[in-house]
Design a protein around this ligand. Structure first.
Ligand code: RB5
Length: 155
């Protein structure tokens, strides 16, 4: 599995440590920055980079991190087909995949300690979508995306 990583300036260290952990586990890792903790980074651009790579099929899953995990996940979730889940505990991380078929894990570098972030990532990447009734509900989310997506040129 190929995992894309991104963070803003507030979360470079956590992004790098989770990436190192998952690389150690054998996952292929692609880094979309930020690479330095400068103040020039904007979380929407970083979240978008991973989200677009995922819907283009260049990566299979994503890990995105900002100060809280909120801003970068809000940005990624604007891309149809993205289900980015902000997780601060292992239970939520597991259920976000089993029930919600989350394809991006978001975390807050100012919220979770690095060691626990690795546990959260393990819970996320070890989980499998259960399908069934959950697939129906995830399909309803996709219907909302379709309802509010406009194709250029449409009235
Ligand atoms: C940056 O200061 C901070 O606003 C950002 O990392 C994130 O927490 C936003 O949601």
């Amino acid at each position: 599995m190929k995992i894309g990583f991104a963070s803003d300036h507030a979360a470079v260290a956590l992004k790098d440590s989770v990436k190192a952990h998952l690389a150690e586990r054998g996952f292929e890792c692609v880094d979309f920055g930020a690479y330095e903790p400068t103040e020039q980074d904007n979380y929407p651009e970083r979240g978008l980079a991973v989200a677009e790579a995922l819907v283009r099929g260049e990566i299979d899953k994503g890990v995105i991190v900002c100060g809280t995990g909120i801003g970068i996940s809000l940005a990624a979730n604007k891309v149809p087909g993205i289900r980015a889940a902000v997780c601060g505990d292992t239970y939520t991380a597991r259920l976000s995949v089993e029930h919600n078929n989350a394809n991006i894990l978001a975390m807050g570098a100012r919220v979770v300690a690095p060691e626990y972030a690795n546990d959260i990532a393990d819970a996320f990447f070890d989980a499998r979508f259960e399908g069934g009734r959950h697939a129906v509900r995830v399909g309803m989310i996709a219907d909302i995306e379709k309802k509010y997506s406009k194709v250029p040129g449409d009235a």
